[in-house]
Design a protein around this ligand. Structure first.
Ligand code: 0A1
Ligand code: ZN
Length: 882
């Protein structure tokens, strides 16, 4: 077990590195790196301490101190560290030559080759796999990089910052030199060398800087890079408009590679992307892909300020850059698309991913207090809950003060490695508020619950809302589950008249529609009311909490029909459905044609809703029609979960909605057909129309598989977009039989050369909720296009099964757990990061019913006992079983 790193133990580095000159001679198996480091003792460090540089699987070739060989015994070198016992106590220069093998680097950390392209990934601690270094984010240096490579194999040579020179470097070789004037930590270093196609344009910043922007992709795929390129320009413009932040180099490059552990990386001036989040054409990418590409391009670009110009002091502060940057990309997407629709999508992800994490054995605060393996902390909690905290801050302070606080943060922390305290201090200073109770959001794990009840006093004409917050006690490695303290919870709210329309009632404690609950219990009194209102609470999902609020069905129907907050209208429909689903799942009800009177009531309400406004906002209507997901239902049940019972409950309600709404849904499909020959557009309105047509197809097919299959088959054949083709295939995939198998086979054949399209095909098959899926997945693991070495393939086939197919991952015979454990172990030797992430599928194992729980535990124990586990997997399995 590797050692635990604690936030409480943070100390400044004993040495600093101000300048790094790298000379990288690319070679497929023997790349040589000469690093010239300008070092000095850190005034804040311990005088005379040894200098200990980090390394990982490194081979030292040569070393010199101030141009001289180091004396005998002066240094100690292992693949993991280089120690200089008595470093000079003045500025000095270390020249270090290392050798690495990019071709055998299957961890995809440090320098590796993806489809023949040399590329790097250095966050969180990959730079130490290139050269010995003080690989920590509070050591910031100015980098100059000379990259040399074969002109034939690597005609394109890219580095951080601005290009300064290029030329010949001997027979068949050439070089390029890049200089980045902005001091940065090593995790933001990157280089690329390869044969790549390019699309480019220019952007003039509000400061008048003429920036050359470019997207590099596999040659021949340039036509699929235009959307990403345009998203770069839109991101630059948005950050200027919204946060007053301009770009600060002369070039901005994006490179797409096909082997990448995560989505993308914000290296200074040289963002490297998983090609899934760059390449798009109507024939190969869905509307969801377009939306993801736009969001991730924006995310990485926004990091240039929130992450790069202001970076993190240590990895405990990861949310400082990630939560803030997710908030910023969510705002961008909301502005570029539909704000309410995007908000609903954000909350669905949060509830499906972050709430379970917060309720399981891997729960941790948004700012963890301890870790064994930092790569396991790129989590939904740090990212998504981290973003919710920033959003709450804006809700608490109001948009103007929030913006002033952001300006202050960027200005005062520019060029530094900052902390969450620095961030909050900027807002405290701008607002004059005490943010102590609010700051606990960063420190306390677990999802809070807010219980609400309302009482109307006709005689006094008052309406009283009482709120009680309760926080789960979460024990982590760092803290033994201390009693949680009350949080400051912003509750955006309003009152709706029983027949619709707003209520003009006052409470001086509600400011700009927001009440702040900052103690365990509180009550809010509204005066001057002639009738009992319907409260609309947590509008826009103003805090990441679970709400216990005993609204009647009629009250929820009122909100669905009349609330002016679109999120709460959707939430009302969701909670009506959830009630039916939980009751049926808890009762282990059989599959049926209808879900009782409550099901019929929901269908009737949705019919009215569709008639009134489906055509006005199809994207929103599609979301209202989408039932809560299986994971979310499981969370609502909380314990002794039977995933099959949940699936049956959900399927029964789908059948009922499909049947009761069938004629309307078919009419909507007709009304929303794109006119023949209409040009494709990935914009939100067009995507919304496709979403509603496909949601309709899915429900209609649930109720009438035969008629639905005919429709879906026609759509698979004739669709003009991948969105429509894949949606129809997904609908078909739920109807067992020859038609499905033939359609799947034909799709696989048509796209056999398109890895990213085959990923969708793998995923769809892995998510079929049938007992045959396990064997299907095992079979597909032998497909020519599948490889354990490519993270996208593993995610599409295996992770889709383990994380997104609850009935089959949780098979009662334990075979789903066994398959997952087997792949985790097979993968761990190659790519521990991806293996560890796959293992998080067991996150909810303690919540499932007894028989399954025993199988899950046995599978986890088998993983735990396997010899030679990576730190990544050993950390996850250890915490999962703790
Ligand atoms: N900072 C990146 C995420 C990222 C983290 C680790 C990686 O290593 C494999 C790669 C990317 C982001 O938030 O986009
Ligand atoms: Zn990020």
């Amino acid at each position: 077990m590797q050692t635990i790193v604690r936030l409480a133990d943070y100390r400044p580095s004993d040495y600093l590195i101000d300048r790094v000159d790298l000379d990288v001679r690319l070679h497929p198996t023997e790349t040589r790196i000469t690093a010239t480091l300008g070092l000095r003792p850190n005034p804040a460090g311990e005088p005379g301490a040894p200098l200990v540089l980090d390394g990982d699987e490194l081979t030292l070739v040569a070393i010199a101190l101030d141009g001289q060989p180091t004396g005998p015994g002066a240094i100690e070198v292992t693949p993991r560290s280089l120690t200089l016992h008595q470093p000079p106590q003045r500025p000095f220069v270390l020249e270090i030559e290392t050798q690495v093998n990019p071709s055998t680097n299957t961890k995809l950390m440090g320098l590796y080759r993806s489809n023949g392209v040399y590329c790097t990934q250095c966050e969180a601690d990959g730079f130490r796999r290139i050269t010995y270094f003080l690989d920590r984010p509070d050591v910031m240096a100015v980098f100059t990089t000379r990259i040399e490579g074969s002109r034939a194999a690597a005609p394109v040579l890219l580095g951080n910052g601005n290009p300064v020179a290029q030329g010949e470097a001997g027979p068949g070789r050439h070089y390029a030199i890049w200089h980045d004037p902005h001091p940065k930590p090593a995790y933001l270093f990157a280089l690329v060398g390869g044969r790549l196609g390019r699309v480019g344009s220019r952007f003039t910043t509000m400061e008048g800087r003429d920036v050359e922007i470019a997207v590099y992709v596999e040659p021949g795929k340039e036509g699929r890079a235009d959307f990403a390129l345009d998203a770069v320009a839109r991101s630059m413009a948005w950050d200027e408009r919204t946060f007053g932040r301009a770009y600060d180099l002369d070039v901005f490059n994006v490179v797409a590679v096909s082997d990448f552990n995560m989505g993308a990386m914000e290296n200074k001036g040289l963002n490297i992307f998983n090609d899934k989040y760059v390449l798009a054409s109507p024939e190969t990418a869905t509307d969801a892909d377009y939306a993801n590409i736009e969001a991730i391009i924006a995310h990485e670009y926004f990091h240039n300020w929130s992450g790069n110009r202001v970076t993190c002091r240590d990895w405990f502060q990861l949310c400082l850059k990630e939560g803030l940057t997710v908030f910023r990309d969510q705002e961008f997407s909301s502005d570029e698309r539909s704000r309410p629709v995007h908000r609903i999508a954000e909350v669905r992800t949060l509830r499906a991913r972050q709430f379970p994490e917060d309720a399981g054995p891997l729960a941790h605060p948004v700012r963890p207090q301890a870790y064994r393996e930092i790569n396991n902390f790129y989590t939904a909690t740090v990212y998504e809950k981290g973003a919710e905290i920033v959003r709450m801050l804006r809700t608490l302070l109001g948009p103007e003060t929030f913006r002033a606080g952001m300006d202050r943060y960027f200005t005062t922390c520019d060029g530094t490695a900052a902390t969450v305290e620095d961030f909050l201090a900027a807002f405290a200073a701008e607002s004059g508020r005490d943010l102590a109770a609010f700051s606990r959001w960063y420190a306390q794990a677990g999802t809070p619950t807010v219980a609400v009840s309302g009482t109307y006093d006709a005689a006094a004409r008052t309406y009283t809302l009482t709120f009680r917050q309760s926080l789960p006690v979460v024990a982590t490695e760092a803290a033994a589950g201390a009693a949680p303290q009350p949080l400051a919870i912003p509750i955006a709210l309003g009152l709706v008249a029983p027949g619709g329309g707003p209520v003009a009632a006052a409470s001086e404690r509600v400011r700009d529609g927001v009440f702040v609950l900052d103690r365990a219990e509180d009550a809010l009194v509204f005066t001057g009311l002639d009738a009992a209102p319907v409260p609309s609470l947590f509008r826009g999902f103003s805090a990441p909490v679970k709400v216990e609020h005993a609204l009647t069905r009629d009250e929820r129907l009122t909100l669905l029909a009349h609330d002016r907050d679109a999120f709460n209208r959707w939430q009302a429909a969701q909670s009506l459905a959830m009630e039916v689903l939980v009751v049926r799942a808890r009762a282990n009800a059989p599959l049926a044609e209808e879900a009782g009177t409550e099901g019929a009531g929901l269908a009737a309400a949705l019919a009215t809703f569709l008639d009134g406004e489906a055509l006005a906002d199809p994207a929103f209507a599609a979301l209202v029609l989408t039932l809560p997901g299986e994971q979310e239902i499981a969370q609502a049940i909380g314990a002794e979960i039977d995933p099959d019972a949940i699936w049956r409950a959900r399927q029964t309600l789908r059948v009922q909605l499909g049947r009761d709404l069938g004629p309307r849904l078919l009419a909507l499909r007709e009304a929303l057909v794109e006119p023949e020959g209409a040009p494709f557009s990935p914009d939100a309105a067009s995507a919304g129309r496709r979403a509603l047509r496909n949601a309709a197809l899915d429900l209609v097919t649930a109720a009438d598989p035969q008629a639905g299959t005919a429709l879906a088959l026609g759509q698979v054949e004739n669709a003009a977009t991948m969105t429509d083709r894949l949606a129809a295939l997904a609908t078909l995939s739920l109807v067992p039989g020859a038609a499905r198998e033939a359609a799947l086979a034909r799709f696989g054949e048509t796209y056999r050369g398109e890895a990213l399209v085959l990923d969708k095909w793998f995923a769809l098959q892995a998510m079929i909720p049938e007992a045959g899926t396990l064997e299907r997945v095992r079979g597909l693991m032998h497909h020519a296009a599948f490889s354990l070495g490519n993270p996208n393939r593993v995610r599409s086939l295996i992770a889709s099964f383990s994380l997104n197919n609850p009935t089959q991952f949780h098979r009662p015979d334990g075979a789903g757990y066994d398959l997952t454990a087997e792949v985790v172990l097979a993968l761990d030797g190659k790519n521990p990061q991806v293996a560890a992430r796959l293992l998080t599928a067991f996150n909810t194992w303690r919540m499932v019913e007894g028989g399954r729980r025993l199988h899950a535990e046995a599978a986890l124990r088998r993983v735990a006992q396997a010899p030679g586990l990576s730190p990544d997997v050993s950390d996850i399995v250890g915490r999962s079983l703790a």
